[in-house]
Design a protein around this ligand. Sequence first.
Ligand code: GUN
Length: 282
Amino acid sequence: MSVIIDGNKIAQDIRRSVREETLVFKEKTGIVPGLAVVLVGEDPASQVYVGRKAKACAEVGFLSREYKLPADTSEEELLRLINDLNHDQFIHGILVQLPLPRQIATDKIIAAIDPHKDVDGFNPYNVGGLVTGSPLFVPCTPRGIMELIARTGITLSGKDAVVVGRSNIVGKPIALLLLAQNATVTICHSKTKDLPAVTSRADVLIAAVGKARMITADMVKEGAVVIDVGVNRLDNGKLAGDVAFDEVAAKAGYITPVPGGVGPMTIAMLMKNTLDAAKMTR
Ligand code: GUN
């Protein structure tokens, strides 16, 4: 039976330490870290995430501003807002909630965010920095996953790490972070031949696909660290990860649950990135 990694508890620890660090920082500099969250349209899931971000900001002592724009907002209007926020001295971090409506080119918007305020780490400057090993910001979910792995106490150097999924938000950046820790990294995707043969070699397995319970026990090595990034809504309304939790938990060494694993870490790391952004203004 594996150890269940408690993401709620670890995220709470991180938010507490950010709150304490923020107090000291405010005292010393008079600067209140500020985060702007931009939401275009009325996607219900995005509204929930944006609400959680504002709540976390209040908890750690940040200024937070929400910009809720209608679904028919033009690219030009959004670019104008980004430009204003880039020059706003009270705002240190800018997060544009994805996905954006189709009339807006996501790449163009992300590229317009000042890299020093890009707390999502999605701007090409920071993506390039991640490739070469010196980004200003690391994307929040991958940064959270690395923290969860670190807290198991295992060392990644020389380990086989397999990432299932190749998104820009999770799959690609987590692969680069694992590589930076000297893991031997394989990225799998929908065209991978014999996925179970690859995943079965993983000492560390990251599932970031978006398909409920697709990682089954036969695909997992005995004692592996299994990190489940999936958030899938089942027909019965319940949430399920990409990992078939019960059967894999019986075989893995460590496993993250859904909910309560990776999810809460994303916002905790957003708080950390925003504090880092505020520190860069000095
Ligand atoms: N939508 C889903 N995940 C994310 C994220 O990490 N950042 C942003 N901005 N939008 C998202």
